[in-house]
Design a protein around this ligand. Sequence first.
Ligand code: NAP
Ligand code: F7E
Length: 329
Amino acid sequence: MKKKAIVTGITGQDGSYLAEWLLEKDYEVHGVSRHASVARHDRIEHLQDRITLHSADLLDEGSLISLLEQVQPDEFYNLAAMSFVPVSWRQPTFTAEVTGTGVLRCLEAIRRVNPQIRFYQASSSEMFGKVVETPQSETTPFYPRSPYAVAKVYGHWITVNYRESYDMFACSGILFNHESPRRGLEFVTRKITDGVARIKLGLQDELRLGNLKAKRDWGFAGDYVKAMWLMLQQDQPDDYVIGTGVTKSVEEFVDLAFSHVGLNWQDYVVVDPKFYRPAEVNLLLGDASKAQEKLGWQAETDLGGLVRMMVDADMARLSTSPAKLRLVA
Ligand code: NAP
Ligand code: F7E
């Protein structure tokens, strides 16, 4: 019989790649999509016939309980969140409810319906924030720097707590930044590759960015969802850091993206303090040696490959479908 998986956040970047991966592994895939007056399913349009979508919301525990009773899954991947860091300062309570206590609602629903369901929580390198050591591993203490990161710390520890309290198979993947042509346009990498393509095609003449000095460990989302799945296939539940082990500044990312289309970034990039954050995370660098040793996982795509993939996808999208200028690839 096919294994069944529930994926919250299936309409997001990671949800779409994880759904593809689970289908490849012959799972029956059930996605959670919250109600909206206009549904945005661009990232999973190509999968619509192969997955089942359910309406539920991380703010509504009853909806999660009904979903679990109906589907009776083997695995539950919680990828849903308010995931854009700047919005978390403007909507801190909402962020705490969705990104923080939303995790508790998932765990409670599982505990009530069937505690044997294996659970994956999408934790984040943002929890390391103002880092106390470099590189960051599973044993590095957290120092969150945004309401988003604080909410993720709650999600992480409630996952650990349910594992230890109720013997549940609950894992937390502490993933460093991962990107793709399906990344939301507000995140810096996609804002850059979309901007580069627009400038190259004559649709835009400048790119306004914030802190160019911030450094991130950027990988490819398609590689990272495999680590999520691997965590739930182990004999014992555990937490894992997932990253590439390479850190680069926003400025270096900008340089790579503009160079790929033969342009000099200094001619187009304008630093705009509007994009500075109340508290910044200056440097993130992941040590994924535990994942490599125990899961046999390592990043397959390097930063150069990622930048080329994203710029090329934005060039293709903007060249061929000017009517879809704001849509994801
Ligand atoms: P994303 O593209 O922003 O997707 C977030 C998903 O959550 C969307 O499908 C969204 O649905 C859904 N969602 C939001 N609020 C919800 C609610 N109340 N109930 C149900 N669903 C809700 O994020 P991503 O980049 O794929 O990231 C996936 C997860 O990994 C997130 O938890 C994120 O915080 C975490 N994470 C991401 C990274 C990264 O670099 N990408 C790194 C570490 C951790 P709508 O389509 O309806 O908005
Ligand atoms: O910012 C700087 C900004 O918004 C990266 C989320 O997926 O990864 C993501 O969080 C850096 C920051 O991602 C602009 O100040 C400069 O230092 O792409 P970002 P993030 O905040 O690192 C983690 C792991 C998650 O868990 C989150 O969900 O880039 N930056 N100029 C800018 N950032 C943005 N967005 N826009 C700019 O114009």
